[in-house]
Ligand binder design. Sequence first.
Ligand code: AMP
Ligand code: ZN
Length: 217
Amino acid sequence: MAKRYFSSSDEEDLATDSKHAPLKSKTKRKPTGHWSQGLLKSMENPDTVVKSDEKCVMINDMYPKARHHYLILPRENISGISSLGKQNLELLHHLLKFGQDYVKTEHSNDDTLIPDYPQFKYGYHAIPSMNRLHMHVISCDFDSPSLKNKKHWNSFTTDFFIDAARLIKMVEEKGRVVIDKEYYESLLKKNLSCHVCRREQRNMPTLKSHIRTHFKK
Ligand code: AMP
Ligand code: ZN
């Protein structure tokens, strides 16, 4: 997790707090409370946890990039998608089903979403910023003040977002997840385009007002 791809100001604040704290010892160990460990703290915070079972914990994303945005983490200490192997296939299926079941129960009557378009996405960032494997469960309105820049947008609306089912297939076929960093980094730099109609948009404010035209309300 050397490089950070998400630097919305609020996340950056969180990062700099611990990044610039003086190190007490000369060892190069990451200090406790390093921003990249934030999800582990949230997993233990009853105010953040939405639902859990013996295998995983679902939390609210602290900087939601849509009206509904959750993260599902395994209790098992798996650092990220690049540590996955065939031994984790059952868990990956479980995380997906856990998210889908939650959405079915809690959001099946939402009337704020986009007609004739998937209501939610389930998947993983190709190059995650945060430690511990986490699957995003996010509503496809992408209507949120925390969604601030091109990197945020492209991380959820291009192939940088690896659908959970696709990731499972990768592990089934190759036994692991192989990430071409250069390719995925280039996706974050793509021009802004609407995820529903694919029309290109000049900037974030234009994009934000354009996507509202697809909403039922
Ligand atoms: P990524 O590592 O790119 O897959 O995404 C990490 C996600 O974690 C982002 O959507 C952040 O908004 C979210 N996030 C960052 N810090 C926290 C935290 N302490 N608790 C919950 N969510 C967080
Ligand atoms: Zn559109």
